[in-house]
Design a protein around this ligand. Structure first.
Ligand SMILES: Nc1nc2c(ncn2[C@@H]2O[C@H](COP(=O)(O)OP(=O)(O)OP(=O)(O)O)[C@@H](O)[C@H]2O)c(=O)[nH]1
Ligand SMILES: [Mg+2]
Ligand SMILES: [Zn+2]
Length: 322
């Protein structure tokens, strides 16, 4: 009897968590070790809220099997496109089981409700493996207290099978304890800190190794609307001064929830991140496509008071070229 290496149904892992929580970072860590002793064919579906899919660019350097869905959220505005994409993956898997993915990892947009995304894992050809929700260890407490984003994050956490707390390197043990007990009050799921690399495969695909969480019926209702987010872009086509860039990012108004992009610095490409108030600029060692280089994506919360006015002022102040 022939052994078919591809399961009849592809297990789907939904990776959720608010903007900038560390979803793409975890996927890249996972993919960088996926070629180890017992390689698993992993397809990654990345939903980036912005008009261009920066995350797909950030992940493509590690894997060829990246599927992009951009300019909206797969749990709401892009739901049809999401279902059609899953159907294509299923059809291709049927046509060529030998190369079909053995795991499908979905990075949801930071404002998506992972429980809603997980419903699609019940489409033909798939089964839900687990919902993993990332929580920003440094900012979760403030985020939960924020009147605009708190509910979205509570809903996200409430649907998790496993919660991964990231950025524990930036916080004290007692802050981590506070964050952990906050999460525990919102979710029955096991909570772990972002693991050492060696545990990643087990973490993401061997979820059964963890204590079981409550059955789906006990989960928080996931029917609320997602947070309304505006997406803006700034194009910096000339090299920029890193200090000027940093000052500009630091001056973003409070409605700005997330900034990301890759720009040309004086000596190297720079990856730009702002998550909540934290700004990070790092040398980007890989290539990026011409259409992506110099584009900075800015996501802001529409309901924030003064969002339009202060945002457009700030956008107009983007850093001068070198
Ligand atoms: N210090 C520290 N930084 C982290 C950690 N995980 C992620 N980051 C940083 O946090 C920023 C956002 O990380 P991403 O992985 O892009 O987060 P994301 O959840 O994919 O973001 P969106 O897709 O935009 O919602 C980047 O600057 C990362 O380098 C961590 O464990 N520690
Ligand atoms: Mg991401
Ligand atoms: Zn959505």
């Amino acid at each position: 009897m022939a052994i078919n290496a591809t399961p009849l149904r592809i297990p789907v892992t939904v990776l959720g968590g608010y903007l900038g929580a560390g979803k793409t970072t975890l996927i890249n860590q996972l993919l960088s070790q996926a070629g180890n002793a017992d390689p698993v064919r992993i397809a990654v579906l990345v939903n980036d809220f912005g008009t261009i899919n920066l995350d797909a660019a950030f992940i493509s350097s590690q894997s060829d099997s990246v599927i992009e869905l951009s300019n909206g959220c797969i749990c709401c505005s892009l739901a049809d496109g999401f279902a059609a994409t899953l159907d294509q993956i299923h059809q291709r898997a049927l046509a060529d089981p030998a190369t079909a993915p053995q795991q499908l990892l979905i990075e949801t947009s930071g404002v998506a409700l992972p429980g809603a995304v997980a419903q699609y894992a019940h489409l033909p050809g798939f089964e839900l493996a687990s919902i993993i929700v990332m929580a920003d260890g440094e900012q979760l407490e403030d985020q939960l207290a924020d009147r605009y984003i708190g509910d979205t994050i509570r809903t996200q956490l409430g649907t998790a099978d496993l919660v991964v707390v990231t950025k524990t390197d930036l916080i004290s043990t007692s802050n981590l304890e506070t964050t952990t007990s906050l999460i525990r009050s919102l979710s029955p799921a096991p909570i772990i800190s972002a693991p050492p690399d060696s545990d990643l495969q087990l973490l993401v695909f061997g979820i059964g190794a963890f204590p079981p969480s409550s059955p789906p019926s006990a989960r928080t209702s996931d029917q609320q609307a997602t947070l309304a987010i505006a997406s803006n872009r700034v194009r910096l086509v000339q090299p920029v001064d890193q200090k000027a860039l940093e000052h500009w990012l630091e001056a973003a108004p409070p409605s700005v929830a997330r900034v990301k992009g890759v720009v040309e610095g004086e000596k190297a490409l720079l990856r730009v991140d702002r998550v909540g108030p934290r700004v990070r600029i790092q040398v980007w060692p890989n290539q990026v496509a011409a259409g992506i280089l110099g584009t900075i994506e800015i996501l802001s919360i529409k309901a924030h008071p003064g969002a339009n006015q202060t945002l457009s002022q700030w956008l107009g102040d983007s850093p001068p070229k070198l």
